[in-house]
Design a binder for this molecule. Structure first.
Ligand SMILES: [Zn+2]
Length: 398
């Protein structure tokens, strides 16, 4: 060695250095990547239910089904929140989406790099590995199904965003473990009982969903992961409220009630019993129509970029939002994006007033804040009081 003083402060204990075979491995080690990049990505939140109840066999609940389909077609609606008591089929409905999920180009990379990231962020949008692959014409992706990733109720912030890999830490190696949000990239993330999750977890999920990426920092190690997922949350209002700010960040909100029609209830009972006895045979009856539905969703996703919402339709939507006295701009975003998805699902490229009408209740309900209404009311009363006092003072002066 020419200049041994350069190594006077080794970053790790000598026994760890012996486990590094190349500079590349050393870089991977200190930046939190897998040493070889070959280990399978751990998928702790992934649902692999072999025979979920078929979506097309669900009885009633048409608004819930519509909201879930719109979320599949257009992630820009900002996710769906299902609000209702226990036992109304919320989780069954979300899991039934498994059969409908279309194919997607999935990244082979730990960080989720995609070729389209170059369009939005230039080569900085890729990790060094993927930039190398692009230079050598090696594909970054493979075709895969969209998956359903469930956030376990007992998930900690560490599990959600990722943290120090404890197995590696036991060997004095510092590296990061992918969290559930990173696994959810290009998939659907289902957060059941979102009102029972801690606020930091809910904030992390909503931030990652809104931005499409997130950064984890743990001491000297940090990593940025992609998180472009479709979000579905559910909650039972009997078990706790959601803060209004959190509620506002969900795009569509569906009130899920128990079935009221006795015939529908009987039908629902029969179907779930048949499915329980022999799921394979039951699902077989729905396999062809499920395949067609999956194809239709794929077509709608492809059509969506061409769907235009005219100024006139926009003005109509804004009138509706203002008539409802809603302040949040998220109301328009969700209303318009859901209407575009609805038009795409109907194989059209222009949004019509009926599209707005179909999605308005789920886009606009529960967005008015009584607190803000009272607050603004108070402020305007106070301002007119100040005006009045001022005018009295100036009258006195004259
Ligand atoms: Zn990459």
């Amino acid at each position: 060695m020419e200049n041994p003083s350069d190594f006077s402060n080794p970053p790790m204990e000598p026994e760890n250095i012996t486990s590094v075979r190349s500079l590349r491995e050393l870089v991977d080690l200190v930046t939190g990547r897998f040493a070889t990049g070959q280990q399978p990505l751990e998928e702790s939140g992934l649902v692999l239910e072999p025979q979920p109840f078929p979506f097309l066999a669900l009885v009633g609940q048409s608004e819930m089904k519509l909201a879930l389909l719109l979320t599949l077609i257009n992630p820009a609606v900002g996710g769906t929140l299902l609000i209702g008591p226990r036992g109304t089929g919320k989780t069954t409905a979300v899991r039934s989406l498994l059969g409908l999920l279309p194919d997607v180009e999935r990244s082979k990379c730990f960080y989720g790099c995609l070729p389209e990231d170059i369009e939005t962020e230039g080569m900085d949008g890729l990790c060094p590995d993927c930039a190398q692959k692009i230079a050598h014409d090696i594909p970054l992706t493979f075709t895969d199904h969209v998956r359903l990733v469930e956030l376990p109720l007992n998930a900690r912030l560490e599990d959600t965003i990722g943290g120090i890999d404890e197995r590696a830490a036991a060997n004095d190696r510092v590296r990061l473990k992918r969290g559930i949000l990173a696994q959810a990239d290009r998939n659907i993330l289902y957060a059941d009982e979102v009102n029972l999750l801690s606020e930091d977890i809910v904030d992390a999920i909503l931030d990652a969903a809104a931005l499409g990426y997130f950064t984890v920092r743990r001491g000297p190690v940090n990593a940025t992961y992609h998180s472009r997922f479709r979000l579905v949350g559910s909650m039972n209002p009997e078990e706790g409220k959601l803060r209004p700010q959190i509620l506002d960040r969900f795009g569509l909100r569906v009130i899920v009630r128990g079935l009221e029609d006795p015939l529908e209830r009987w039908d629902a009972y029969q179907r779930s019993a048949d499915h329980r006895i022999n799921p394979g045979a039951y699902n077989q009856q729905f396999s062809e129509i499920t395949r067609i539905a999956r194809q239709e969703i794929q077509n709608s996703i492809r059509l969506l970029p061409d769907v235009v919402l005219s100024r006139e339709i926009g003005a109509l939507g804004i009138r509706l939002v203002q008539a409802m006295k809603i302040d949040s701009l998220r109301a328009e975003i969700t209303l318009f994006e859901a209407a575009r998805a609805y038009a795409a699902a109907d194989n059209r490229t222009t949004v019509e007033p009926d599209d707005l009408r179909a999605v308005a209740p789920m886009a606009l309900r529960m967005r008015k804040s009584q607190f803000m209404a009272d607050f603004l009311d108070d402020i305007s009363k106070e301002e007119s009081q100040i005006e009045e006092v001022l005018s009295q003072i100036s009258a006195f002066k004259e």
